[in-house]
Write a protein that binds this ligand. Structure first.
Ligand SMILES: NC(=O)c1ccc[n+]([C@@H]2O[C@H](COP(=O)([O-])OP(=O)(O)OC[C@H]3O[C@@H](n4cnc5c(N)ncnc54)[C@H](OP(=O)(O)O)[C@@H]3O)[C@@H](O)[C@H]2O)c1
Length: 222
């Protein structure tokens, strides 16, 4: 039976590809996108709600679908402070997950990052590790975590540091073997494709997919 999906971060690089795939997929009968601005997409299966996510408790009843897809994220530079970064990458995804679980969702997908680890020396990876743990503890029947390496794809904004970093990683990618494979850059569209095509009914519990595993899944699915 076709499922309903709720997407957070649908205006972002992964989220916009994800929306496209979910809307095209027969496995999803309806797609809700909640964000602070419109995706600009009109589609019979799509319902958008636009408000400041800080106020999500006031709209708790809207956080209802079979599957939650969370592609929210920012950078410390964009957010302006570590506190604001943590708000977007930890507090908002967690609050949304709790509301979704309360409203009956059984499945949740979360995008974090390669190296996500609460014990990391790096604040970014620490926050990603923290949200993985908290999100998992919400207790969905299935929680799928995606840890991509540097994301490739066309962005509307220019991020110099990211572009240089991913360019270098891409050159080194063939040398990333063994335990280094999880650092391989990947196209955002490939991550989105895998998220939208995973057979949830055949997965239970918590699964985390590293960058090279997402790539292998994409290669076998597409
Ligand atoms: N960039 C990389 O190379 C990389 C690598 C590995 C993992 N990741 C992670 O992968 C995930 C998706 O990355 P991405 O590059 O696709 O993200 P992105 O393009 O930066 O999009 C982020 C999404 O989050 C939304 N958002 C940010 N701040 C918000 C706020 N205060 N309130 C409401 N919505 C907010 C954005 O909405 P607006 O459009 O309104 O801003 C957008 O929809 C993130 O968690 C990121 O950390 C990224």
């Amino acid at each position: 039976m076709a499922q309903s999906a709720l997407v957070l971060g649908g205006t972002g690089l992964i989220g916009s590809h994800l929306l496209k795939h979910l809307l095209e997929s027969d496995a999803y009968s309806s797609v809700i996108c909640i964000g602070r601005r419109s995706t600009g997409i009109t589609h019979p299966k799509l319902v958008e709600h636009i408000f400041d996510l800080i106020e999500m408790d006031r709209h708790a009843e809207l956080f209802k679908a079979d599957v939650l897809f969370c592609c929210l994220g920012t950078t410390i530079k964009k957010a302006g402070s570590k506190e604001q970064f943590r708000l977007v990458d930890y507090t908002l995804p967690l609050k949304a997950a709790i509301l979704m679980k309360q409203n009956g969702s059984k499945s949740a997908c979360l995008v974090t990052s390669m190296g996500a680890d609460s014990a990391s020396r790096f604040f970014y990876l620490q926050v990603k590790g923290d949200i993985e743990r908290a999100f998992t503890e919400v207790g969905f029947e299935r929680t799928l975590i995606f840890r991509p390496g540097g994301l490739m794809g066309k962005r509307n904004e220019f991020r110099l540091g990211e572009k240089l970093g991913i360019g270098a990683m891409n050159l080194l990618s063939p040398l990333m073997i063994g335990p280094l494979r999880k650092n391989r850059p990947i196209y955002a569209e490939h991550v989105a494709y895998v998220m939208s095509h995973l057979p949830f009914e055949r997965i239970s519990g918590v699964r985390a997919y590293e960058s090279h595993e997402i790539q292998s899944l994409y290669n076998s699915m597409s």
